[in-house]
Design a protein. Sequence first.
Length: 276
Amino acid sequence: MTYCIYHIPGVKIGVTNNVKYRVEQQQGYTEDEYEILEMSDDIRYISKKELYLQQLHGYRIDEKPYNKLKCNQMKINVTEMTTTFPCPVRKLKGRLMDNIGMSWDTPFGECTITKKSIEWIMSNVAKSQYTNERCYVYNRAFARWFDNHDSHDTLANLHMNEHVTRTGGIMSDTRQKRDTMCRFDKIRLWAEDRGLYHKGDPKTQTLKLMEEAGEICRAVLKKDEEQIIDGIGDCVVVLTNLAHLAGTSIEECIDAAYEEIKDRTGKMSNGTFKKD
């Protein structure tokens, strides 16, 4: 998709992907009453350049850049841990290509859709557990991918003396933000770095879980508090990785389990809770 920066002398500078409709039909100007200043298929570059030109020519500067206007973006859902896309995996690449330059904020910094980041997304996207019509990526891992790529300066950034990192994704203050990352994200990052998600298997993780549960049993019988803590922690790590390999997340599993038990009634018997 091609985006145009148009200039109506003495009135405004704006961006559109349909000049005829936006300027002539909607705003009522004729072809000789406006000019095209620049064209590009990089919405992020065009958005920054529009703000620069508005300031340069003394026009009112838009509060939000064009690529962050909701009407121009697909409706993603961003939580602390994940970014969820409103389409199945098989359609995601096309939707991403249509939204190159789109940016959004996560707890780990700003992320942007670029041609290179699309490759990462398509290699790491997971199908939603609840519906085939949605898919998601982990924000922490996405941010880390940006942080491991060389920074670059677009023409618009040079005009505005603004340095951006990587392919336009993570701002310079995100390293501090990443220190407060979710514990489960830390586990997933650890596993990803060691190739567990690429070479691992749910069956081997299930066997590992049984092994760790046995360690807890031995520690409980020996009243070894240190080993109890270690064993429970190991089980949480294995369960986190098992959930990921099974196409879901530990958080979704916990939420589903809680929804199942939250209204359950019963009574304690021989040291355990028995449901009615």
